[in-house]
Write a protein that binds this ligand. Structure first.
Ligand SMILES: *[C@@H]1O[C@H](CO)[C@@H](O)[C@H](O)[C@H]1NC(C)=O
Length: 209
């Protein structure tokens, strides 16, 4: 009996270990902005596969409805690739709201990685307003090794017009690192009576491995 328990425990540990290993990135920083909404819940961090970094992204957005309950930004997906550009790591997303549709991705130029971001957020409107929280997101691309000061902005299509960009961009990932993980704050669907906002806030992890 004890023997079987030990075997079962080992099998369990191995599967947990394997799971952790597949996401076992070396995180050197977490970057965030100060204007994120707070209506949602934080979902789990999702990481690009080992040795890959964010080099592009796409957003899921519900465009202006007219008379309906607007939610604006609903999801962000990171497109992962090795630094040398030869191997795709697929794409990763954290929590995603149920409304809207995905827009076309946009990519850093070859040899650059995503290392900083800004978020456009509509602050709470009070009891009469139709809140949307996050509306748009954009990034900066730079070389992995150094922050050159010649970073280029990356702004994929689809964002909606409510709210304001955070006055200060997030911190940049430290030199010799880049965005490798995403964690979103998403308001669960409230049902027909609620004022849904979907995506409220986002943080990114920077990795050096
Ligand atoms: C590109 O990078 C990956 C991951 O670091 C590596 O496995 C692969 O061999 C590299 N390919 C080339 C052509 O350098």
């Amino acid at each position: 009996m004890l023997r079987y328990s030990i075997v079962a425990l080992l099998v369990l540990l191995e599967s947990v270990g394997g799971f952790l290993l597949s996401e076992n990135r070396h995180v050197v920083a977490s970057i965030k902005v100060e204007n994120g909404g707070t209506f949602g819940v934080w979902h789990q961090v999702e990481y690009c596969p080992s040795s890959t970094y964010a080099v592009g992204y796409a957003i899921k957005v519900e465009q202006r409805l007219g008379s309906g309950d607007d939610t604006a930004l609903n999801g962000i997906t990171l497109i992962c690739r090795t630094r040398n550009g030869t191997v795709s790591g697929g794409s990763v997303a954290s929590g995603i709201g149920r409304f809207g549709s995905w827009y076309d991705p946009m990519y850093c130029s070859q040899g650059q990685v995503m290392m900083q971001f800004d978020l456009k957020v509509e602050q709470p409107l009070g009891s009469d307003g139709d809140d949307t929280s996050a509306n748009d997101v954009m990034f900066r691309c730079d070389s992995f090794e150094t922050r050159t000061g010649a970073a280029s902005d990356l702004h994929a299509e689809g964002g909606t017009g409510w709210g304001d960009w955070s006055p200060a961009w997030s911190k940049a990932c430290p030199e010799h690192s880049a965005i490798c993980g995403i964690q979103t704050n998403v308001e669960p669907f409230l049902g027909s009576d609620g004022d849904d906002t979907s995506l409220n806030d986002v943080k990114f992890s920077c990795c050096d491995d």
